[in-house]
Design a protein around this ligand. Sequence first.
Ligand code: SIN
Length: 275
Amino acid sequence: MSLASIEVKPVTPRIGAEIGGIDLTRPLSNQQVDDLHEALAAHQVLFFRNQQLDLEQQKALGRHFGPLHIHPNTPGPAGHPEILPIHADAESKQVAGERWHSDVSCDEEPPLGSILYLHTVPPSGGDTIFASMSAAYDALSPKFKALLEGLTATHSGDHVYRRSNAIRGIDDRDRVFPKASHPIVRTHPVSGRKALYVNETFTTHIDGLPEEESRAILSFLYHHAAQPAFQVRFRWQPDSIAFWDNRAVQHIAMWDYHPQVRSGYRVTVKGDRPF
Ligand code: SIN
């Protein structure tokens, strides 16, 4: 499939497309932005090769899709608060995104999408796996879908960021981290598709249910959503980019390459309150 200004090659029928015929280091035309929006709504995560971006170019790219988000825990490099460094090396004790999540789902208005650029990748490993939460929703039985309808769940950054800070020896006693309640099934504002919106990183419980019922339903949903049939796995090369739609996918970063280096930057585009 091709749109007017880009080449779009689906990686699986459900999720993921490689995008060609575009130079992301340059300002995009309205047609290119519209086509990328259309491809993102259709394929949920877009992959690009051989795009060497500096921080200003990466921020400019993100701003074509909306205002940029500032991470509630991790500061950007000096002068670039909107940049989230993604880095692991021999000294690392943890990496970002080691468990399934949708970025910063603890925000009241969680990010629309994230654009990750890696300039340095290990010789093997370090893949990112993305799972389509709309495909996962579609595969549920009508009776289970009816059970989920109207339920909300609480997402908290507190345990996530405090754990990460403790590992890195950062004192965060004075910090307050975001917490929000969101529908378990959200509707994509562009495609109109329904998607599961709970994840094992940020979601703490289903609102208004006894703890055991909440735990059982969430555990089933995490297990269900992690099926390979809903996934695409991205093998990074230097100067690759993945642009994912946090409203439609979860992802997990494989840290199977220690002590090798994997390094780059993420910009995150602000989103709306899920409905
Ligand atoms: C993230 O969760 O943004 C990190 C993903 C990755 O490093 O592949």
